[in-house]
Design a protein around this ligand. Structure first.
Ligand SMILES: Cc1cc2nc3c(=O)[nH]c(=O)nc-3n(C[C@H](O)[C@H](O)[C@H](O)COP(=O)(O)OP(=O)(O)OC[C@H]3O[C@@H](n4cnc5c(N)ncnc54)[C@H](O)[C@@H]3O)c2cc1C
Length: 438
């Protein structure tokens, strides 16, 4: 029976190396540059490239991908264990070749790109030589993609794109954008849009502004408001078939969601570790914080939430490895997506609280972690939509009660039990009657 919660010793050895490498190399490097994908920054390049080389040497580069994509084929469960270690760092995902949105875009290209597109964009992306962007959300709202307005019109051997996109993360570092645009406004709602590769240097692409998010450093943000005006791309830059936009997006977003969750485990775990350290370091009225029952409640609740969430993430990753299709694990991925912001919010908030004024200061990471929980509740689809998805999946195929009363109604169960054991009852009654008659 396969029901094993242990990591195989060979991979554990690699994880032990990762833990030390992150602490000694990646965390200090993080303090030296503004963005790990800004390849115009010479300090970034001087620090990150040698770290990437070490990761390759250890055969951990893009470890979830198969050999055909330049990885060792470890799959999602092993990626989850890796992400638990690198998820607290800014550049860990870039150093290990697993960063969003590039990892999702790479999977999209691998699934749906032509050989030429793979050669031109996938190869350098997987090598970490270029960055990419996913340009789907529109300024008019992201929660209902069937209402998107950005248009791609076929013109001979080209498509011409006009429209606007919002929160296209990393557009300013990207060599290409994966863009969703309406190709047939009259088609059935989920066949209206298609997905394209748009080279970033195509004339007509304008970054209106780079929007920042609260709590992140730097004046200029990384979430681009992009305007596409008569952007002309070759027709073979279409991913899949015309009308496949939603299908491609599901492959793209399924992976992204679970990868965010894996990294969130790291943030929750860091919050708890710091909470524990604080609880045994700070004294008040002659006692350590950790000796106070209300603090113990915070610690216990946090650990329970972390363990529940972590197991949920690991099992979902394991399921993806079994079926190799995000769509078949959609309920679990949506469930993890729902749980993620709440667990991070709760545990990081308690850690912040236990650190008092220091906790809310910019000298500790908790404020950033709490804000990050809001990112997790919005990016890749708002929590409300994922709750709907979970409920829809759970309700699918459920039979209604046989009559006015539920199937587990006590009177019904009594009646069923009496019917099932009628012979036994009859025999016992007959014995009893015989005994009384004797
Ligand atoms: C950090 C971050 C990075 C992102 N990166 C990218 C990126 O790289 N590329 C990209 O294309 N997009 C990106 N996004 C955008 C993200 O996909 C959208 O923000 C998301 O889909 C929600 O769309 P919206 O912001 O327009 O909110 P809206 O669609 O306007 O929704 C606002 C709120 O309304 C409520 N709501 C909406 N629909 C429902 C419903 N059916 N039932 C109940 N309540 C509902 C929810 O509370 C929701 O948060 C990013 C977002 C964040 C926060």
């Amino acid at each position: 029976m396969a029901w094993d919660f242990q990591t195989d010793p060979e991979y554990q050895e690699k994880l032990d190396w990762v833990e030390q490498f992150v602490r000694e190399e990646v965390e200090p490097a993080d303090r030296m540059y503004a963005h790990p994908l800004d390849m115009t920054d010479p300090v970034r390049n001087a620090l990150i490239r040698p770290l990437q080389a070490q990761v390759r040497e250890k055969e951990l580069w893009a470890c979830h991908l198969g050999p055909e994509l330049g990885g060792p084929g470890y799959g999602q469960l092993k990626l989850a264990l890796l992400n638990e270690l690198i998820g607290t760092t800014l550049s860990g995902p870039v150093v290990f070749g697993t960063q969003a949105p590039d990892s999702g875009n790479a999977e999209t290209l691998a699934h749906f790109g032509s050989p030429e597109l793979k050669e031109r964009y996938l190869k350098p992306l997987l090598e970490g030589e270029i960055a990419s962007c996913f340009s789907m959300t529109e300024p008019t709202g992201g929660s209902d993609p069937t209402g998107f307005q950005c248009r791609a019109v076929r013109d001979g051997d080209h498509y011409v794109i006009n429209g606007e996109k919002w929160f296209s993360s990393n557009a300013r570092f990207a060599s290409f954008l994966v863009l969703m645009a309406v190709t047939d406004p009259d088609a059935e709602r989920h066949r209206r849009a298609s997905m394209f590769i748009v080279p970033a240097d195509t004339p007509g692409i304008e970054i209106v502004r780079n929007v920042g998010v609260t709590g992140h450093a730097g004046h200029e943000g990384t979430h681009a408001y992009v305007r596409y005006t008569d952007v002309r791309i070759p027709a073979d830059h279409l991913l899949g078939e015309e009308g496949d936009g939603f299908k491609v997006a599901q492959v793209r977003l399924g992976g992204g969601r679970i990868h965010h969750a894996m990294r969130t485990v790291a943030l929750v775990r860091r919050s708890l570790e710091l909470m524990l350290e604080r609880a045994v370091s700070r004294e008040t009225r002659g006692k350590r914080l950790g000796d106070l029952q209300m603090v113990q409640d915070m610690i216990a609740e946090s650990w329970v939430q972390l363990e529940q969430f972590r197991l949920f993430v690991l099992r979902t990753a394991w399921k993806i490895d079994q079926v190799k299709d995000y769509k078949l694990v959609i309920k679990d991925i949506a469930g993890v997506k729902v749980a993620m912001p709440k667990v991070l919010h709760d545990v990081a908030s308690r850690a912040l609280q236990l650190h008092g004024s220091l906790g809310i200061s910019t000298e500790m990471p908790f404020g950033k972690f709490v804000l990050e929980s809001f990112h997790m509740a919005i990016a890749d689809g708002a929590t409300e939509l994922h709750k709907q998805q979970v409920a829809k999946q759970l309700l699918r195929g459920v039979e209604p009660a046989p009559d006015l009363f539920p199937s587990a109604h006590a009177l019904r169960l009594d009646e069923q039990a009496r019917a099932k054991y009628a012979d036994v009852l009859a025999a016992v009654q007959a014995d009893h009657a015989a005994l009384m008659g004797a």
